[in-house]
Design a protein around this ligand. Structure first.
Ligand code: ADP
Ligand code: MG
Length: 460
């Protein structure tokens, strides 16, 4: 494709995605290659690369095709960093990662040869992992394995729902080991890749090489092991590999989406082998962990977007309302930042609500304004009728404002709507009440605590 063609495609894209989007997201892209149906671009920042991959890959492809260029995929990368292909399961990773290189284990690699494992995501380190109650045990156990000392528990079995950090921890272990114990042969791969290699070895009659290769590993990490359930010969081979390594005192780390005993169609003997080390679960995130993650990631983004400003309370709001998993939480943050940088304004609460409408709707809690009023009245020991009534006494007015504030941040009701539920008050009164609390919260720690407590009560 000539530069001219790309120029034409750009013109069309401008019309398709709008001038603003075009200037912000498409214009900075540099087309570097078009081969085998893959259009490769470079973007100046990782953030940009993620955003464009997720939101503009389709329009780019369709405009390319309309210009007569045969393109199947768009691949956007950042020039200076290492490529981050591999286990593409993160919300902020490019939608079209390069396939994991699958090397054929033709012979036992020499100790100085790199093992053909899945690529590691350079961002998944212990430094970037935020520790909280729900994951502290898993984190501590992973840290222990990462020291590369004598094996204390075998295997380490990490389990938990999707997006809670299992893969992140395994990569972190691998990174640390590569640094601290370069003498150890560490292999990280998904159970799916294990199966793929196994089947390939069978097909190419290289099963002995396969076995030898796997038995020469010092630390084996297999991600998402539930995948092999029901796949009988793979299960069998996995079991033998597992036993051989454990017998040699080699460390094994396994992850799955549930406890060993609960994986359906997994042989009993495998279940019991998997359970005999340390089994740790990653619990669903709690509010504190979510907030910690949002704060850490916001700090990380700041270097890329020094001008970006977030109003107080916005991260708290997101942490409170998006409760599903870390991947979705990260996605929400990416969206928020992109939105903020696009319109070039501070990210306020209103903006956040607007921008995250869809995500918020999905995780809508069933908290109602009435419920909030009831809990607040109870907490401050005032009558519900007074809380929504006309009295202006400080002892009632303040709790009322707290209730208004919570109604705005915990429900999707509009201000006029909330006003109606507070004895037909005007929306400006509600807004005033919310502002007052936002203001006081910064200086009045008792008030801040009350609000947190109420939040949690209502959340549970
Ligand atoms: P899982 O393998 O359990 O499905 P991942 O390890 O892929 O989940 O995590 C999903 C995303 O959330 C990743 O981008 C990861 O970096 C991030 N993440 C999960 N837990 C944490 C945490 N405690 N601190 C920081 N990031 C986290
Ligand atoms: Mg994973």
């Amino acid at each position: 494709m000539t530069d001219d063609t790309w120029g034409q495609v750009c013109n069309e894209l401008q019309k398709a995605v709008g001038q603003n989007n075009y200037t912000t997201w498409i214009a900075p892209l540099e087309l570097i290659d078009l081969e085998d149906g893959i259009a490769s671009f470079q973007a100046p920042t990782k953030f940009m690369c993620d955003w464009v991959s997720r939101n503009f890959a389709e329009p780019i492809l369709s405009e390319l095709r309309r210009a007569g260029v045969s393109a199947e995929r768009v691949n956007i990368s950042v020039p200076s960093r290492r490529p981050m292909n591999g286990t593409a399961n993160g919300a902020t990773r490019p939608t079209v990662p390069a396939p994991a290189p699958v090397a054929k284990p033709r012979k036992t690699p020499r100790p100085d040869e790199p093992l053909p494992g899945a690529p590691l995501d350079s961002r998944f380190t212990f430094d970037s992992f935020v520790v909280g109650k729900p994951n502290e045990l898993a984190h501590a156990a992973a840290k222990r394995v990462a020291e590369g000392g004598p094996v204390t528990f075998n295997p380490l079995f990490l389990y938990g729902g999707v997006g809670l950090g299992k893969t992140h921890l395994m990569h972190a272990i691998a990174h640390d080991l590569q640094h601290q114990r370069p003498d150890l042969r560490v292999l990280y791969l998904s159970a799916e890749q294990f199966m793929y290699r196994f089947v390939q070895a069978l097909r190419e009659k290289q099963i002995m090489d396969f076995k030898e290769m796997f038995r020469s590993i010092d630390v084996l990490m297999v991600d998402d092991v539930q995948f092999i359930a029901g796949k009988d010969s793979t299960q069998e081979e996995f079991f033998h590999t597992f036993n051989a390594l454990v017998d040699q005192g080699k460390q094994i780390v396994i992850s799955a989406d549930r406890a060993p005993g609960e994986i359906k169609d997994l042989e009993e003997r495998i279940k019991s082998r998997l359970s005999c080390g340390l089994v740790v679960d990653l619990h669903p995130t709690d509010y504190e962990l979510r907030l910690g993650i949002l704060q850490t990631k916001t700090e990380a983004y700041k270097s890329e977007y020094p001008d970006l400003k977030i109003a107080p309370g916005v991260l708290e709001f997101v942490a409170h309302r998006i409760t599903s998993n870390v991947r979705i939480l990260e996605g929400a943050l990416t969206r928020l930042f992109a939105y903020g940088s696009l319109i070039g304004r501070e990210i306020t609460m209103d903006l956040a609500q607007e921008c995250l409408k869809d995500q918020l709707r999905q995780s809508e809690r069933k908290v109602t304004v009435e419920e909030i009023q009831r809990k607040v009245a109870e907490h401050y020991n005032v009558r519900l009728s007074d809380l929504v009534g006309p009295k202006r006494l400080r002892a009632i007015a303040r709790p009322r404002q707290v209730a208004m504030f919570l109604a705005k941040s915990l429900t999707t009701r509009s201000l006029p709507d909330i006003g109606r539920r507070f004895g037909g008050r005007d929306h400006t009164t509600i807004m005033h009440g919310i502002r007052k609390i936002e203001e006081l919260r910064g200086t009045d720690s008792q008030l801040a605590e009350d609000i947190e407590l109420l939040r949690r009560l209502l959340e549970s």
